[in-house]
Design a protein. Sequence first.
Length: 341
Amino acid sequence: MQTTYQNQQWFYVKRPDGRVGNEHYELRKTELDGNLSANEVILRARIVSVDPYIRIQQHERNTYDVPHPLGIVQRAGVVGEVVASASPLFQAGDWVSAYSGWQLYARCHQSELTKLDPGAAPVSTALGVLGMPGRTAWFGLTEAGRPRPGDTLLVSGAAGAVGSLVAQFGKRAGCRVIGIAGGPEKCKFLTETLKLDGAVDYRAHTTPAALRAAIQAATGGVDIYFDNVGGPITDAVIPLIKRRARIIICGAISQYDGGLDTPDLGPRFLQHMLFQRATIQGILARDFAHRMDEMLAIVAPWVKSGEIVFQETYVDGFEQLPEALNSLFEGKNTGKLLVRV
């Protein structure tokens, strides 16, 4: 007897020019034919990853991707269960990760899936510390940042999915680590939970001069700046870099809400790069995808032993996906933002 699955899918139908919301998506209820070809499976999503790069893909111009096409299911990383299989590699009940997007059910070829071991680590870690954010943090810091014991590492967006891991990896490398975050609760998380050496609440400073003074007081100068936010915070940091500083550009979330198509001026930093003979490098997780096993061999034991904190913020409900994406730009999450479906 052939099975039909009652599916729900969020289609991306309108390109935003500012804050993204429900009006840019259309929720459709469809039926998914369960008839499988050889090596195919049906995946039932359980957890959907919500990441800033989704908003980058929605801009009109080419970034590091061509713009996300209108009229297709929103792309995203997913963890879920196999509910039917015509593959010798997977059977019903297996937990897997995939890039199947905002849909409850998806037909996938076996090559699109990675099998997870729920006994080794929570399956959600495949979307966080042991997935793309972890890969970004690990290789971004170790390859571009080249941390040395005694270096002062400054991390913006330090309470986020990537920043919180960069900060912890920096501590393990012997760095003095200062985090920048928005609000007293997130700063408390940085110093008390992650055990960073200091934290700066950027929201507590109303002028660029005040923010720069607070960062200077906390750091005494910066050897490594891991930038997740761009904008005025990076403007404040650049004049504080030391000789031979390393600046890692991971993200510019302050500019994603429409600022990529018509970017703000600044940061005005080229003179400081010259004066300090510093280096600046952009990094993307995809550049290190082929080295995932290398990262997992080091980081997975730390996760299993509890030596690495991986904070997760959950939103419940498939219907909440557009609003969850929107909430990223309001700083509502601590650590990795995930939607349970």
